[in-house]
Design a protein around this ligand. Structure first.
Ligand SMILES: [Zn+2]
Length: 205
């Protein structure tokens, strides 16, 4: 099974209201970490499939968040207009309402489920790394079961069970090849969670 092939394809019903891009100041922390992850190959594009992977978001208010736009994985640096505001989602209907200049990441519903799970979480970083993904499954790392598809009500329920009492950490999505999620109350926290794992597991590029 190669779920990586699913990456980058928007499966939700999208209502995109054309609106100004987020302000630069709203994306600066995301962009800082995205550039670091890009260098490490944690965000990027699968060369054969030409499909982007990895997406970062930060909560704006209750249900709204800013997230990297769809099909931006191949770019080393993003501008503010590559980011979009997700205003609301409906996990039951599988729908996303967004405002901006480009469609939000194909994994917006996953980010939404995580923000819903715990109101203290302010940043969600989703990266891909095969070795880290495999190693974390052999460690005592939090995970979401293989049969739970991301961006669904089941995924939101699983996230709720996992994250209700945790505001910072990392988990593996077993059913989403190479897929790792880090979350935190600040961008630094969410970013360092991943870099520390890199160090701890002795992973080199
Ligand atoms: Zn992914």
């Amino acid at each position: 099974m190669n779920n990586a092939k699913d990456e980058g394809i928007i499966k939700f019903k999208l209502t995109l209201k054309r609106a100004p891009a987020p302000e630069l100041v709203q994306v600066i922390a995301l962009e800082k970490w995205r550039a670091i992850f890009y260098k490490q190959g944690l965000v990027g594009e699968y060369p054969n499939e030409k499909i982007g992977y990895g997406n970062l978001s930060s909560r704006l208010q209750k249900k709204a968040f800013i997230i990297t736009g769809s099909q931006t994985g191949h770019l080393p640096h993003l501008q503010a207009h590559h980011y979009t505001k997700v205003m609301d989602c409906d996990l039951k209907r599988g729908s996303v309402t967004a405002e901006g200049l480009i469609p939000p990441s194909s994994e917006s519903l996953t980010h939404f489920g995580i923000y819903e799970a715990n109101p203290t979480i302010q940043y969600v970083f989703h990266v891909h790394h095969q070795k880290l993904w495999e190693m974390l499954q052999n460690q005592n790392c939090d995970f979401i079961e293989e049969n739970i598809h991301y961006g669904t009500q089941e995924m939101a329920n699983a996230a709720y069970e996992l994250l209700a009492n945790k505001s910072s950490g990392v988990f593996v999505m077993k059913g989403h090849e190479d897929g790792i999620i880090s979350y935190g109350t600040t961008a630094e926290e969410a970013g360092k969670n991943i870099l520390e794992l890199y160090r701890k597991l002795g992973i080199r590029q």
